[in-house]
Design a binder for this molecule. Sequence first.
Ligand SMILES: Cc1ncc(COP(=O)(O)O)c(C=O)c1O
Length: 462
Amino acid sequence: MSTKVFLNENEIPRQWYNLAADLPTPMQPPLGPDGNPVRPEMLAPVFPMNIIEQEVTTQRWVDIPEEVLDLLYRWRPTPLYRARGLEKALGTPARIYYKNEGVSPAGSHKPNTAVAQAWYNKQFGIKRITTETGAGQWGSALSFACALLGLECKVYMVRISFDQKPFRRLMMETWGGKCVASPSRETHAGREILAKHPESPGSLGIAISEAIEEAVSDKTGQTRYSLGSVLNHVLLHQTIIGLEAKKQLEKFGEKKVDVVIGCAGGGSNFAGLAFPFVADKIAGAKMDVIACEPASCPKMSRGQFAYDFGDVAGTTPLLPMHTLGHTFVPPPIHAGGLRYHGMAPLVSQAIVEGLIQPRAIHQIECYKSALLFAKTEGFISAPETSHAIAATIQEANKAREEGKEKVIIFNWSGHGLMDLLGYDKFFRGELEDYELPEHLMQESLAAIRDLPKPKVCRTGKW
Ligand SMILES: Cc1ncc(COP(=O)(O)O)c(C=O)c1O
């Protein structure tokens, strides 16, 4: 009875999987300010063309360049664990597995796309990358990747996390990245927010506006912007997680999976694990695929499927996604990486199809779940990851009540060793559950009322 399964380096997947090729209803295109589909060349000031090509491809399999694999080998393949301790504590007949993405140098799944994006930027002759970060995981992942490739990295970090997580900033600086709190005085977008809300806790939407503004205003043309989630190419790079996991489940002797779970901020770690399984579901396999979000930022379970901007200033193309409205500033809960108003278009379309079910969970249940996990499995989870653990425990308890031997797999997206102040607040009883009031949601949704509407296309099969 194994507790964990490793893969050899030569067993690493050599191609990424693109769900866009298999979705039964086609993806709707991003739209420009005039309401017409965005042409790839319109994105050229923001992203290098080789990444734009990946963003729009509908090819099912995309080769991972050898040099990117060489970078990934530093920590991949990652181990797949059987959560024996947790199973025992829950008295469940379910077999629970988790993919440990916390073993990467930055401590989460984020470096999977960071090294790929930094590599493609370098290939294109880019010298400097700007980005945003919520909890600091993405900013540290990109700083790490830029260090490996000799690129400069500038990170706008959401103010609330900048204040709560000084160690993440120090990690970025250790890898040579430059990190500023957002909203900042360094950009027009930041100054505008600060003039209206001097105490703004910031949001990913604001930080994205700042990072894009800085990239596109570099007159030398040597700076580009990089996004750590939401976009198709980011989700594509993360599918290495699910592809490895499938090989590992086979080595554990599993023939089928009943439940696949991930937490979802912009959707990248969830999609990374889930999409290769969603492919099986499209082909006829029966399984539940659950994307977990905080009840305080419930874009999938309560928001609208609408065209919306990815950032507060409205500089990105309009994307068809589940959203709370781009002006939404989420309450400062501790899972900084889940405080984003929109969900990846690929995940959103799969939700519309019924292939994926969203689930909103309150933070106290998440912390309790993370504590049980720490006491039974040992690993201390990132607050984002704790949402996936909470849903896993819910499903394992359900399996016990139903007396069913289910196979559950979830993505352990990152460790929480830099997030212990959140744990401290939980221990002191300072954390509260917060259900987003309907009127606040309706207020921010009112801001997108006049934007074009995507078609709601579903085959009705799921
Ligand atoms: C550990 C961890 N898990 C999950 C997330 C959520 O992001 P995504 O939905 O892109 O995976 C983050 C974001 O910062 C994170 O740091």
